[in-house]
Design a protein around this ligand. Structure first.
Ligand SMILES: [Zn+2]
Length: 236
């Protein structure tokens, strides 16, 4: 599901552009879903000298064991947003699901802000339809086709902030951006890559995971072999 046109044509459209870079790989060791390990914080190193983009990017060295918590309904700001978030999470690759739940729950508990997901899995056809418009990534070039990316938006007063018709365009974009800037570091702490720190453009709502450091280029042959609808069976 793509974003409503009104948002794409707003000032956010620049932020929505998705280009694939040789970004620094974050390595996330994926542990078995059934393994019961306590959640641990990732060991983070700043390696500014190795970073072509000249801004320090956290490199996750150790495994980030994220416990498979339940999504908190109150963290989504209303029944319809909770159901929508759950439906999008269910479409994701199983390794990413606990991270997204943790991101929403923690984003609510630490910031007092509610969140829902507008985009999770996106088919190659849907990606192709977006190419050149709100994204520069073609089919199979976005982590959305691997079930390893989401677009997440803050919810206030029962409405997705960026769409809220009771706020004027500038106000809702400013508020949505502020909320994303607060959530970005929480996702990065979990070992996710946040689009808000990309350099040529910023894709604030976008968070993706690179399991065991695997990038889409590494995963594409496996996905084609499995069949593109079997993305949930990709191994890392
Ligand atoms: Zn995205």
């Amino acid at each position: 599901m793509s974003l409503p046109r009104a948002v794409n044509r707003s000032g956010l459209s620049h932020n929505q552009k998705l280009r694939v870079y040789d970004r620094q790989v974050k390595t996330i060791a994926i542990t078995s879903q059934t393994e019961k390990k306590p959640a641990t914080q990732p060991k983070v190193n700043q390696e500014a000298s190795k970073n072509k983009e000249n801004t320090p990017v956290a490199k996750v060295e150790s495994s980030v064991a994220v416990k498979a918590d339940k999504l908190l309904p109150e963290a989504c700001g209303g029944e319809k947003h909770y159901k929508r978030a759950l439906a999008r999470i269910e479409e994701l690759h199983p390794v990413y699901q606990p991270y997204v739940i943790k991101l929403i729950n923690t984003g609510y508990q630490k910031l007092g802000i509610c969140w829902t997901i507008t985009d999770g899995y996106r088919s190659p056809e849907a990606q192709g339809a977006l190419s050149g418009g709100v994204t520069n990534a073609g089919p199979l070039q976005s982590y959305h086709q691997y079930g390893l990316a989401i677009d997440i938006w803050s919810v206030r007063d029962g409405e997705i902030v960026a769409y809220n018709p009771s706020l004027n365009k500038n106000a809702r974009e400013k508020l949505a951006n502020e909320d994303h800037r607060k959530l970005g570091p929480i996702g990065e702490q979990l070992g996710l890559e946040w689009g808000g720190h990309w350099t040529s453009f910023q894709d604030y709502p976008h968070f993706e995971i690179h399991p065991n450091g695997k990038k889409w280029r590494d995963l594409k042959p496996q996905l084609i072999k499995l069949g593109i609808t079997n993305y949930k069976k990709i191994t890392f």
